[in-house]
Design a protein around this ligand. Sequence first.
Ligand code: KG4
Ligand code: ZN
Length: 349
Amino acid sequence: MPVSQRAASVAGVKVLAIESSCDDTAAAVLDGRAVLSNVVVSQDEVHRLYGGVVPELASRAHMSAITPTIERALDEADCGLADLDAVAATYGPGLIGSLIVGLCTAKTIAFARGLPFVGVNHLEGHLLSVQLEAAVDFPYVALLVSGGHTSLYLARAFGDYELLGATRDDAAGEAFDKVAKLLGLGYPGGRRLDELAQSGDPVAHHFPRARLKVKRGDRRFDFSFSGIKTAVALHVRDRERADDADVAASFQEAVVDMLVDTSLSATRHVGAPRLVVAGGVSANSRLRQRVVGDAGTLGIEVVIPSLRYCTDNAAMIGLAATMRLERGQRDGLDVNAAAVADLQQLSPP
Ligand code: KG4
Ligand code: ZN
């Protein structure tokens, strides 16, 4: 059901939400569950030269972008600070210097205007982002796959999340970016690698799919992408002819195999009826095609939010905050930025 049709019960509570956990400065205004504005200012230009996010540069870029981003979000929502009912921000996990910028700005606005404040776990935002466009019933398994995360969660209900698996080394998006860099595709290269792969042969090379041995205490549905990255680097170093499109397609196929097989195994294992895929890598054309096809044969429903809600954004932070406010949660202004913030430790709303 479209969000606008469901918003009536909670409309009237306007929340300004701020997200600055990594390299995007984002602000959004929500009225209940209706998104009035959703502004994201990317720092790709700042980090391109280095081929990855440089934390110190990210915090400085947030410092210059934060006020104009908030102003734009308020303008586009046609409201001012005086119209707000609450302020929310991501407190973690993420880069500390980046988090502090958005979090302190949000707490300052809340203090100055005497508004309630809610600190939001970034991963909860991703898990709930799918609810911005459709009422997706719990339980579901969510694959969060981006440049910073590759994790599988079971969302049993709002506020009740269990980590089923995560990468033990690189995030899948990081592997896409590193292989794209090896092929000279620029940064961030995931999308360009996806485009190049379309003219390549996905079985031209067999790159290794990590099958992790599970020892006592390990999670069963973990991922690993460092081996494949090294395998591609060695192939590119030793190859006799340029076969970039085949390398791109074969690498992508291996990563997609790992993501899809593990996610669907986890979904079946916990008996969830649906799988949500979110994060920047969910834009990958082969991943979308494979996950929908393979899940269909297993009778598992797949839900992928629009890209603007898959990648880092403040609307998902606003939604998590709204759902927490509805249940009476208010946080003190002593909420601190946290580089590591376990979703399973969230206090139930
Ligand atoms: O969620 P996101 O915008 O930011 C964070 O990492 O938090 O995800 C960005 C990641 C980058 O690694 C980028 O290369 C990857 O998503 N990406 C893709 C595609 N589009 C973006 N990876 C593979 N195929 C794509 N089409
Ligand atoms: Zn994220």
